[in-house]
Design a protein around this ligand. Structure first.
Ligand code: NDP
Length: 327
């Protein structure tokens, strides 16, 4: 790190709901491109570049890989080899909620699973604590109270500073927050999908988050790469849609989708920015959104996305044009 303070001048920080924790407007997720199947040197370059540019928040989960767990191992290795001494300048999150190991204790939302998984994540990253620990998704077979009490316990054990919930709907969020308030647990953040092609949270969740003073970090703001110029004409061989381990299906790129992407790309060009930058500006326009949680496969993509910070205001007319395309 040549200039240890300049990164903070380049980044915008926003308070996470009514908490005292500030997150960068752009955070970085390790769902893809950090597994044991990926090139370590590329993963390492991206983490170092992101941090150098003011992205202080790195988001993981127990199952990120592949192999599941290997993204946490990769991140831990980079953290201890290259970023030793910077732990207090970083916000590191992880989660549990999806399948992780065989049997009834390696999936879902039980106290058994959430607390065992956190111990495993800490071991893989070689950390004493994470900054934020999430329940990754609601589990219809476990009472919300049990999952919330497990998160509360993680905080009281000193293994998580804050906790959060992910992909809970409005009603589930209300129930979770009623319990967390009673327990006085620092549940400060909701992680949920939001992008131009998936506006579900506008229905009622954003209002609920505001009501409870919860921060909101939105995942897949680029719709896994659809909201970039990558798929305008074809499906590049090195793209998520073409890779065997990618979660983006080729079937998502229909003719109708591509026609929308082309129109959105033209709006971005009229603003002298890339479609990726427009897509990030569009999610950040919501005052309840604390941070856009992007992924990337190269430092060039991170660099492109960060340029949104120089041009993130959207006029009423531009928002109308975007709405017309999305109708
Ligand atoms: P994005 O929508 O930002 O998609 C990232 C992908 O888009 C990249 O891997 C890359 O794909 C492509 N891309 C990024 N920038 C550019 C650019 N400038 N130009 C062209 N292509 C670009 O987010 P993700 O879907 O990756 O999700 C981000 C994070 O959110 C995850 O890492 C994870 O931390 C979190 N998440 C949480 C979930 C939850 O349930 N809580 C679920 C999903 C994600 P390519 O490989 O094709 O180059």
């Amino acid at each position: 790190m040549n200039n240890p303070t300049s990164k903070y001048e380049k980044m915008n920080f926003r308070f996470c709901g009514t908490s005292g924790l500030q997150l960068p407007a752009i955070s970085f997720g390790l769902w893809h491109n950090f597994g044991s199947v990926d090139l370590y040197e590329n993963s390492r370059k991206m983490i170092l570049y992101a941090f150098e540019r003011g992205i202080t928040h790195f988001d993981l989960a127990n199952n990120y890989g592949p192999e599941p767990g290997s993204a946490e191992e990769t991140f831990g290795r980079i953290l201890h080899k290259d970023l030793a001494g910077y732990r207090d300048q970083m916000i590191i999150s992880t989660k549990a909620g999806y399948y992780m190991w065989p049997g009834p204790y390696g999936d879902g939302g039980s106290r058994k699973y959430l607390l065992a998984s956190l111990d495993q994540s800490l071991q893989r990253m070689n950390l004493d604590y994470v900054d934020i620990y999430y329940h990754h998704r609601p589990d219809p077979d476990t009472p919300i109270e049990e999952s919330m009490l497990a998160l509360d316990h993680a905080v009281r054990q000193g293994k998580a500073l804050y906790v959060g919930i992910s992909s809970y709907n409005s009603e589930q969020t209300r129930e979770a927050m009623r319990i967390m308030r009673e327990l006085r647990t620092p549940c400060i953040i909701h992680q949920v999908k939001y992008n131009m092609f998936d506006r579900d949270i506008e229905r009622d969740l954003l209002d609920t988050l505001k009501e409870f003073g919860l921060g909101c970090i939105v995942f897949s703001p680029l719709a896994q790469g659809l909201l970039t110029d990558k798929y305008l004409n074809d499906i590049p061989a090195d793209s998520r849609a073409a890779k065997p381990n990618g979660f983006l299906s080729k079937d998502a790129i229909t003719d109708q989708r591509r026609a929308q992407i082309k129109k959105l790309n033209a709006i971005a060009q009229s603003r002298n920015q890339s479609l990726a930058q427009l897509a990030v500006a569009w999610v950040l326009r919501q005052e309840t959104v604390t941070s856009a949680l992007i992924g990337a496969s190269s430092i060039e993509q991170i660099d492109d996305n960060l340029k949104v910070l120089e041009n993130s205001e959207l006029s009423t007319e531009e928002l109308k044009q975007i709405n017309d395309v999305l109708q």
